[in-house]
Design a protein around this ligand. Sequence first.
Ligand SMILES: *Cc1c(COP(=O)(O)O)cnc(C)c1O
Length: 449
Amino acid sequence: MIRSLLEASAENAIDYLENVHDRPVAPTPEALAALSALDGPLPEDSADAAEVIELLNRVGGPATTASTGGRYFGFVIGGTLPAALAANWLAGAWDQNAGLLAASPVAAALETISAGWLLDMLRLPATSGVGFVTGGTMANFTALAGARHALLQKAGWDVEAQGLFGAPPITVVVGNEVHVSALKALSMLGLGRERVIRVPVDGQGRMRPDQLPPLNETTLLCLQAGNVNTGAFDPAAELIARAHETGAWVHVDGAFGLWMAASPAHEELTRGYAEADSWAVDAHKWLNVPYDSGIAICRRPEHLRAAMSVNASYLVQSDQREPSHFTPEISRRARGMEIWAALRSLGRSGFVEMIERNCQQAQRFADGLRNAGFIILNDVVINQVLVSFGDADKTRRVIAAAQRDGTAWFGGTVWQGHTAMRISVSGWATTDADVDQSIEALVRIASEA
Ligand SMILES: *Cc1c(COP(=O)(O)O)cnc(C)c1O
C-alpha cells in the first residue's frame, strides 16, 4: 500500500520535472480556476490515500509556478538540485525531529557537518555558531537576536530574562536600501522598524561610508551583501573597520549575495564581510535546496545560544551541539540533510561554477537587452539585472504581458524612482539557451506592448 502510493507519487514528481522545462512558467487562469476542485466542506469520511494524492497531482500540478525550471527569473528564487530533492524525500520519509540531538542523532550530525562546510564555503570563522532556520527573514531574526543579547549584556542588561522594558537603548543603523525582512526582524525583536537610522546610499544602493552617523558600543550596524534589486554590496571592509573601532556590532544580511564569498572571481565585492559579528544567508535561494531553508550565523556561538536556548529537565542535554540551542524553534524538520546533500554533491567547485554561470547569464541578459535597445539601470555585478523598456507605463505593460506569455517569468520594481523589470538568475537549471529564448520573448513582447 505505502509502496504503490509512494511509487505513484515518485512517478508523478518525475513526470513533472521532465516536463517543467516545456510548460508555461506561470499557471494558466484555467489551471487556477480548477483549484476549486480541492475545496469543499471538511470531509466527514476517510478517503483512499491514492485517490487523494491523484487528485492533488492532477489539479495542483498545473497550478504550480514552474520556478524549478530554467526560466523563472522573479524575486530571487533558486530551483532544487536533484541531490537536494532526493534528500528531501528521504528526510520526509524518515520524519526526523531535528530539534533535539536525542530525537535525531543523524539530523544533528548532518547539521554539524553542514555548518562546518558552510562556514568554509562562505569563508567565515570556523568556530562561529550556526542555526538552521526557515529562510532569510528568520536568519536575520535569529542572528539579530544574538546581536541584541550581546549588546545589552555589555550594557549590563539580561534581555532574555528582563525583556526590553527599561533596557538601555540600542541604536540600529541600516542602509536606506535595507531589505524589508531585516526591518521585520528588527520589529519582531522589539527594536522597531522605524526607530532605525537610515544611511544614504549611492546610485547602486550601497551604503555611503561618508554618511555614517556616529557609532558606539550600543550600535547595531546592519550591512547588506547583495541588494535585492541591483545585487550591489555595501563596502564592508571600510564600514566594518570603522564600526569595530567603536565597539559596534555588525550584522550582514547576505541572503543571496554572501554566497559570492565562495567565488575567487568576486573577491573584490565580498572583501571584509568575514570580519562582521553575525550573518544571515538563504539556502533556498542560491544553494538551490528545497523550501524552506536559511542559515543564521554568529561569530561567537555563545551569543546565539544565549538568545535561543531553552532548558527543561526532560529535554536531554549533553556536551554535544544541541540543534535547538541555535534556532527559534524546538521541533523542526531536518533541513540540514538537504544542505548536506547539496554541498556533498556539488563540492566547492560545482557550487562556484553554478553561481558564476548564473552571473554570466545575468550579463548575457543585460547585453542582449541592451543590444535590443532597452536600458539596463544597474551595474550588473552578480546575478541581478534591472531593465527599463521605456517609460514607467510601457515597462509595466511589458512585465504584465511577459507574465501572461509564459515563456519566462519576471517581476517588477521601482528602483530609485525608475520603474523596472527585475531579472534574477539563481537557478541551477538555467541554461544559456533559456536566457536567449527569454530575451527573444521579451523583444517580441516589447514590440507588441
Ligand atoms: C530574500 C531576501 C531576504 C528574505 O529571505 P526569505 O528567505 O524570503 O525570508 C532577506 N534579505 C535579502 C537581501 C533577500 O534577498
